[in-house]
Design a protein around this ligand. Structure first.
Ligand SMILES: [Zn+2]
Length: 269
């Protein structure tokens, strides 16, 4: 099993992040770990997860390079696949994209909740272009802020559709079934397109209901769905994994979603 959406921070700031995460999210979502590498590894062991994609998102331009250096340090591109972070307001963002690509990072996470960016922002276009050329994967948070679901999203399904149109060759993953708390819009703008979606939902995938999940997967195509939990910013992953494995999908579809699609996307054959 591969989990394509997890979060990590350097040990020295992980406890501060955990604290502020709790304050931000309150009752709207859950936390099942402490954002450290040790905890991530113990989750993998506990849940039989062979590999993860993990993110460490920079909120300010001056922390982009240190965050990427941390991600480079912890990745092995075998069990831990780090996806980088970027901000268009830093000095030479395209140079930073090239630097991390040359060192083996396969994708970048764009997070409209924690970063002052939206997928449709024109100052991201040079970054997308460089990533497209390098064959890198653009992984987006898509949908609402679970702590403030009445607010419009920074990046919504329609924004991802417009990036798809403008950069037809760019590899795109749209997290949260391409629209956290915006499944109707995701159906309208994303379903059927050449865009991967992941299965993270808040506070858990069970809260979507099995009928909804199976319907979405079949409409979009199981070959473009990636199993993911958002660990540790999610409820206990054990029942989520168990629940997913028991969905009324074909064994082959489950295998694709739980492992094969991620291997394909990461270029592991
Ligand atoms: Zn996440």
């Amino acid at each position: 099993m591969i989990d394509t959406h997890t979060h990590i921070f350097p040990d020295k700031i992980a406890s501060k992040v955990t604290e502020s995460f709790r304050a931000w999210i309150g009752e709207a979502a859950a936390l099942s770990g402490d954002f450290t590498l040790g905890d991530l590894r113990s989750y993998m062991k506990r849940c039989d997860v062979e590999a993860v994609i993990t993110f460490c998102v920079a909120e300010r331009p001056e922390v982009v390079i240190p965050a990427n250096n941390f991600l480079l340090e912890i990745m092995d591109n075998r069990t831990i696949f780090s996806f980088g972070t970027i901000l268009p307001t830093m000095k030479d963002p395209v140079g930073e994209v090239r630097r991390i690509h040359e060192k083996g990072i396969k994708g970048i996470k764009f997070h409209s909740l924690f970063q002052p960016i939206r997928a449709r922002d024109e100052n991201l276009f040079l970054i997308y272009e460089a990533m497209d050329k390098a064959g890198m994967i653009a992984y987006f948070h898509v949908g609402k802020d679970p702590a403030n679901p009445s607010l419009p999203p920074g990046t919504g399904p329609q924004d991802i559709a417009s990036v798809r149109e403008r950069f037809p060759g760019l590899k795109i993953v749209a997290a949260h079934f391409a629209g956290l708390f915006m499944l109707e819009e995701a159906r309208k703008w994303i379903v059927g397109k050449d865009i991967y979606v992941d299965t993270c939902w808040a506070p858990s995938i069970q809260s979507l209901g099995s009928e909804e999940v199976v319907k979405f997967i079949r409409q979009h195509g199981a070959e473009k769905v990636l199993f993911a939990t958002d660990y540790p910013s999610t409820s206990d992953p054990i029942p989520q994994i168990k629940w997913f494995k028991e969905l009324p999908l074909k064994e082959k579809e489950k295998q694709m979603i739980l492992r094969e699609n991620a291997r394909q996307l990461l270029g592991l054959g």
